[in-house]
Design a protein around this ligand. Sequence first.
Ligand SMILES: Nc1nc2c(ncn2[C@@H]2O[C@H](COP(=O)(O)OP(=O)(O)OP(=O)(O)O)[C@@H](O)[C@H]2O)c(=O)[nH]1
Ligand SMILES: [Mg+2]
Ligand SMILES: [Zn+2]
Length: 320
Amino acid sequence: MTNTVWQPLESSRWLQGDQSIPCDQSIPCYICKSANSRDAEYCHDCSAPMALARQAAGQHLPPGMIAVVGASGVGKTVYLGLLMDMLSRQTERMQFSARGAFSVNLQQTTISALAQCQFPSKTCNEPDRWNWVYCQVRRNASSPTIELIMPDMAGESILEEMDHRNTYRVIKEVLKKSSAALVLIDAGQLCDGDQGQDYFAMKILSYLSEVEPSSKHGWSERPIALVFTKVDQAEVCRDDPAGFAKTHAALLWQLCQQRFSNYRFFAASVVGACAWHESATQGRRRVPLRVEPRGIIEPFEWLMEQTIGPKKWRPFALSK
Ligand SMILES: Nc1nc2c(ncn2[C@@H]2O[C@H](COP(=O)(O)OP(=O)(O)OP(=O)(O)O)[C@@H](O)[C@H]2O)c(=O)[nH]1
Ligand SMILES: [Mg+2]
Ligand SMILES: [Zn+2]
């Protein structure tokens, strides 16, 4: 008897390294550098959108990257969506603009949900469903413009990659290439005595310290903003996030001191208060009562200053 075996026919992989394909018919993925056909929507290898490569092509300098990481439900999507919205509406602290229609999705989804007194949905685990932001930032009209890429990755996928290396190539590549990181930690859960957030943050930082251990400009020196989220539920964290870390996330605090030289703790929240809402279709879920952003821009601003220099905004020093 012969067993039937299903073998996926990944014909796009034939493109990789095939010297016979004329250069004008393939384009390298911006994230993993695999060759893809010019009309591909997502990279066949890491599933990053090829729009990033098309957007980056022709730029004088390659865009820098900021990794946004944290457990599922910590608030990455809401934080990033609101950050984009706030940055694009103000001009005093820095000038910001999204590049490419795909870059507006995250902001649009978040703001539409909040306007309807809802939170946006949980991010899907599949990388080709993630929202990526490609943006331009500059300090003022006379300073140079910096191009930046920030993906909104799913917390469950991040955990999977931490626990089983190379499950999500795209995550590994993003963490390798990023010049800075925003690590989000749920202050509400820590206040309730749930140490899961402390362990997760430790896992992330351990992963970062191992991702390029031999690199001269490894994560031990790159700036890391550790952002306690949902501080509307954790008043004790609001005014002294570093003190809060010391008392409520002692493992994380120690690891930072031992292995990293450029990090800072922040406190942020998107809403002023939440309530529970029960519906027949969606069950019991948290809904925002009022949007009251707090500490949203500060971590990003600090990262920009650390990466680019407080006096002069120079282009990102990209790691390989
Ligand atoms: N109280 C409070 N709750 C928040 C805040 N931000 C987010 N939340 C809650 O946290 C939930 C998860 O937020 P998300 O932004 O979807 O979390 P995430 O980190 O993107 O999660 P994944 O997509 O699964 O990785 C929301 O549905 C809200 O219930 C906040 O500032 N305050
Ligand atoms: Mg999300
Ligand atoms: Zn790729």
